[in-house]
Design a protein around this ligand. Structure first.
Ligand SMILES: N[C@@H](CCC(=O)N[C@@H](CS)C(=O)NCC(=O)O)C(=O)O
Length: 219
């Protein structure tokens, strides 16, 4: 076990993108307290939680008295704090490439689900919301192709995982997005290669721990 200088508390909800920093903590062998926040019950909008990370979303990571939000920033913090775990590559170019993929998941693929699950944030009336959801769903279908293509490209370059030789945060984000796709009828079932690869994540010890903690099945 590796000790961080300050106690770490990860605020998460099973099935959300908080799985990505949870995986980073597990890769690091960090001591942390997982603090579940039930989004369906609205626990992320309670005054108690809003007082912790002002955004009212998961993930959030408390580091002693400090509160970090935004998945990319949390992963970057953990990568710096636990260099032995190689949460992000040490080589600057490889790290920049990994960050580019992490940001692509966060700002493009994940953001698409924001419009699928909450079109009311983009359009005032129901017809317009249906159009937003439909367009975003079609966009995710194309992005799912790209996720699969990125796995193929990685494997052609000799790496089994998006994160390289060992499965990591990029693969965790891919898993999250593929799971969300299932919820909107865009399962990866017709992509047997991608599905088989993601199912192998259960054999990776850090993933196995995070998956067990969430209590959710793989796609
Ligand atoms: N940009 C944020 C997005 C976080 C986010 O979208 N979290 C979702 C769960 S995956 C959430 O908390 N949704 C509830 C809400 O926004 O009210 C990040 O990268 O941390």
């Amino acid at each position: 076990m590796t000790n961080s200088p300050a106690p770490l508390v990860l605020y998460y909800c099973p099935g959300t993108c908080a799985f990505v920093p949870m995986l980073a903590l597990e890769l690091a062998g960090a001591q942390y307290t997982p603090h579940p926040i039930d989004l369906r019950k609205g626990e992320h909008k309670t005054p108690q939680y809003l007082a912790v990370p002002p955004a009212g979303q998961v993930p959030a990571l408390s580091v002693g008295e400090e509160h970090l939000i935004q998945l990319v920033a949390i992963v970057d913090y953990l990568a710096g704090q636990f260099p032995h775990a190689e949460i992000l590559p040490a080589d600057p170019i490889a790290r920049a490439r990994a960050m580019a993929t992490l940001v692509w998941f966060n700002s493009t693929v994940h953001a698409t689900f924001g419009r699928i699950f909450h079109p009311e944030g983009c359009a005032p009336d129901e017809a317009a919301q249906a159009a937003v959801r439909s367009a975003a769903t079609a966009q995710y279908a194309r992005l799912l192709d790209e996720i699969e293509a990125r796995y193929q490209a990685a494997q052609q370059a000799g790496a089994p995982w998006l994160s390289g030789a060992r499965a990591g945060v990029l693969d965790a984000y891919a898993l999250c997005c593929v799971r969300w796709g299932e919820l909107v009828g865009l399962a990866a079932a017709d992509r047997p290669h991608l599905l088989a690869q993601l199912r192998k994540l259960a054999d990776e010890p850090a993933f196995a721990r995070a998956i067990a903690r969430e209590g959710l099945p793989l796609p």
